[in-house]
Design a binder for this molecule. Structure first.
Ligand code: ADP
Ligand code: MG
Length: 240
């Protein structure tokens, strides 16, 4: 579904991604782990062109998203993203947050979007919060709204950038449960996370990044119990 060839990204002199080649299949759940500053967020942000790669190319469903004539709006419809800090619109209700983009981009009319929002809010366990404003919600509730909002565009692929890192510990489980059920429903997902237990249990594959490279990747069980590379071993010894 996604083919990434020799992806490079620099910010000025700072080379952040130094040649990443990777393929993600439809329905696959891939966790990306690694130390802070290793380029995990930049990698994710290149996949939906929140960052423009410096070199290399990315194909989604065999269409280049990095070509000069690629349509960014079409791409963003296919790719949902969930951020660490939720990024909800504070002056819109929960339901308006969810329906805004699909209506604006003509994916649905308002009535269809409202019905879809009700369904999604039920799915994330927040049916009774449709008319609430984000400021009245807990972090875990905000993040579940953010997931519902991303799903409203009916994406083929969901990207998660540390979705539970800003949450109080007691909120983490509810968000992970929503993600787990999405994974079980067959959504293709790339998840940057520090939740090693989740990465191990839910992912089909785990990628370990360090210093702008993919150092090692593989089956979660194998990567966590028998990492091959010294850098992976060192990182896991600190976080497990
Ligand atoms: P991670 O998510 O693994 O912690 P990031 O991808 O956020 O790593 O960052 C990797 C490096 O890229 C860091 O050195 C960071 O300062 C730099 N970086 C990320 N985004 C930008 C940006 N928009 N402008 C300049 N430097 C950036
Ligand atoms: Mg990051």
């Amino acid at each position: 579904m996604i083919k990434i060839n020799n992806l490079h990204k620099s910010f000025g002199d700072n080379q952040v991604l130094k040649g990443i080649s990777e393929q993600i299949n439809k329905g696959e759940v891939v966790s990306v782990i690694g130390p802070s500053g290793s380029g995990k967020s930049t990698f994710l942000r290149c996949i939906n062109l929140l960052e423009q790669p410096t070199a290399g190319n990315i194909l989604i469903d065999d269409q280049s998203i990095t070509a000069a004539d690629a349509c960014v709006d079409k791409l963003r419809q296919k790719v949902g993203m969930v951020f660490q800090n939720f990024n909800l619109f504070p002056h819109k209700t929960v339901k308006q947050n969810i329906t805004l983009a699909p209506v604006k981009l003509g994916v649905m009319n308002q009535q269809e979007a409202d019905e879809e929002a009700d369904k999604l809010l039920t799915q994330v366990g927040l049916k009774d919060k449709a008319d609430a404003y984000p400021s009245s919600l807990s972090g875990g509730q905000k993040q579940r709204v953010a997931i519902a909002r991303a799903l409203a565009m009916k994406p083929d692929l969901m990207l998660f950038d540390e979705p539970t890192s800003a949450l109080d510990p007691e909120m983490v489980g509810d968000v992970l449960d929503v993600m787990k059920s999405l994974a079980q429903d067959g959504m293709t997902m790339v998840i940057v996370t520090h939740e090693m237990g989740f990465a191990r249990d839910v992912s089909d594959r785990v990628i370990f990044m360090d210093g702008g490279y993919i150092v090692e990747q593989g089956d979660p069980e194998a990567l966590f119990s028998q990492p091959k590379e010294a850098r992976t071993q060192e990182f896991l010894s600190k976080v497990l």
